[in-house]
Design a protein around this ligand. Structure first.
Ligand code: ZN
Length: 376
């Protein structure tokens, strides 16, 4: 058995596959003592006698079939009850649970690089992933086992909208006004990546009812664009937070912009790094992994100085992910936000790649496309 993310990422080096295979192997080894096998063995032993008896009865007295049928029925009943007494289900379950602990992998970080830009996540602490996958009914063979609900570590990414400041051909403010109304009509909860990090279970409990709104290309060094201010006003009015992707190129932060970001951060909005100079990180990594990391680090440092927050989310310029995601994680990033793929993420991991959807036609069509993509 092998697990695969929606993006085709083979989980060959994390705890998922390890556990699945062990469970599978264990199931195979358990088969000889299952009720069915036991019953089959018993039936072979008992089935010869009634057949012989039936033949004798028919030959000797030519009697009707009814008594013979009766004898056959009694014969089959006996091994059934024997089976139930000798093959109890509960000890089998207990054995399955306890047998797994000695073979748990030792805790270690498994580093995996991204073969493609859209792949989901990277390092899985083996022990953590394994623990989360243990059967929930690990208890004793008591009469009333307590089953604690646990959620699959693989979660659906909330449907995520990608917005930019208005352009000559697209009015982001009008679009967002209509989009927010749709969210309100549908009872959608708007969250941020930070919300998920603080409440990891939310994507399991509220799956299908969550939306993330991101606004890219906000410059820390310039006054806020009119359309960005318009979008912020709409979201504040609706009491919805957003994720703001901030570029920090330049020497001095704009005082008003920094103050606005501080205020919004205090109200639950998320300030995300969008690199220092809006570089394509995948291309930069190929030239110089160090320069790629510096783009993230410099952006984080400038945001911390001006706004007082250390971003845990990186909005990838051009949606371009890097090959070695470990380098991003080393810059304290937890969420890498691209465009393609990323409709699921493994909450047992350390870094998550997630995707987004840009405006596609009007707000109504965009909402429907988003919900279908992230919650099929
Ligand atoms: Zn951008």
């Amino acid at each position: 058995m092998s697990a695969r993310s929606d993006d085709g990422w083979p989980w060959t080096e994390d705890g998922l596959t390890t556990m699945d295979e062990r469970e599978y192997e264990h199931e195979k080894s358990r088969k000889p003592i299952t009720a069915t096998n036991h019953l089959n063995g018993s039936m072979k032993k008992f089935s010869i006698f009634p057949r012989l008896l039936l033949s004798i009865l028919l030959l000797v007295c030519g009697a009707c079939a009814s008594p013979a049928t009766q004898i056959v029925s009694e014969s089959t009943a006996t091994p059934t009850s024997t089976m139930q007494a000798t093959s109890p289900a509960t000890p089998t379950l207990l054995m399955k649970s306890t047998a797994m602990f000695p073979i748990l992998p030792t805790p270690s970080l498994t580093a995996v690089s991204f073969p493609l830009p859209t792949q989901t996540l990277v390092f899985i602490p083996s022990a953590t992933a394994t623990e989360m996958l243990l059967p929930t009914a690990t208890g004793t063979p008591a009469a009333s086992p307590t089953v604690t609900p646990t959620f699959s570590p693989v979660r659906r990414t909330p449907a995520t909208l990608m917005l930019h400041p208005s352009s000559d051909v697209f009015d982001s403010v009008a679009f967002l006004q209509a989009f927010v109304q749709i969210l309100q009509e549908n009872g959608i909860e708007v969250i941020t990546y930070q919300t998920i990090s603080e409440h990891p279970e939310i994507t399991a409990v509220e799956q299908g009812r969550l939306v993330i709104i991101t606004i890219d290309d906000i410059s820390l060094q310039a006054p806020l664009d009119d359309s960005v201010q318009g979008m912020i006003a709409i979201l504040l009015e609706a009491d919805y937070p957003a994720v703001l992707g901030v570029v920090t190129e330049g020497q001095a932060a704009d005082d008003e912009t920094a103050q606005t970001l501080r205020d919004l951060s205090a109200q639950g909005w998320e300030i995300a790094a969008h690199t220092d100079t809006h570089q394509n990180l995948g291309e930069l990594e190929a030239l110089s992994p160090g320069d790629m990391r510096a783009e993230i680090r410099t952006c984080g440092d400038k945001l911390f100085e001006a706004v007082g927050v250390r971003p845990i989310t990186l909005v990838l310029p051009y949606g371009q992910m890097v090959q070695n995601a470990k380098l991003i994680y080393k810059e304290h990033i937890i969420w890498a936000v691209g465009i393609n793929g990323g409709v699921t993420y493994n909450s047992a991991g350390l870094l998550y790649y997630v995707g987004r959807e840009g405006p596609d036609g009007d707000a109504d069509l965009t909402f429907r496309i988003m919900m279908q993509r992230f919650n099929p």
